[in-house]
Design a binder for this molecule. Structure first.
Ligand code: ZN
Length: 151
């Protein structure tokens, strides 16, 4: 029998082994560092937005577990071409998917490929790994001079 969870697992493994948008974005105009003390994940995120607040490019670097790296890889892919407001919508939908008890897939249309991470909800210690890059990007886009911490 075809098991969707196996496919999800493969996508996560692939994004961990070959992270998309990994590296420094020299021309970025928003930056932030993120730290998840629970797991030890460390991320740096670079984001380039245009004058209208559209996300042109996003990259990340860091050291972290498979979930934190795969999540950042998937997130940077998903946020390109979106406005900051659309990023916030995506953030809320993602957070809802990995934390809410009810109707986890209610925002499947919004989330697209990001739904492969829905399974982390079953592993409470991994939720912060998955959400770290999102908090870090939000901090970067708000131009806050602080480290995004998941605690
Ligand atoms: Zn982690």
């Amino acid at each position: 029998m075809f098991d969707l969870r196996d496919l999800y697992q493969q996508v996560i493994v692939d994004h961990n082994k070959n992270p998309r948008n990994y590296g420094i974005l020299a021309e970025a105009n928003h930056h932030a560092d993120g730290h998840n003390p629970l797991c030890g994940d460390q991320l740096h995120i670079d984001i380039l937005t245009d004058d209208e607040g559209k996300i042109i490019d996003a990259r990340f670097e860091g050291e972290g577990c498979a979930i934190s790296v795969a999540s950042a890889s998937l997130m940077t892919e998903a946020m390109k071409g979106k406005s900051v407001a659309e990023f916030e919508t995506l953030f809320d939908a993602f957070q809802h998917m990995v934390t809410a008890d009810l109707d986890a897939m209610a925002n499947e249309e919004v989330l697209g490929k990001l739904t492969v991470l829905a399974g982390v909800k079953e592993f409470p210690s991994r939720i912060k790994c998955a959400i770290l890059c999102w908090h870090t990007s939000r901090t970067a886009l708000a131009d806050k001079k602080e480290v995004a911490v998941t605690e």
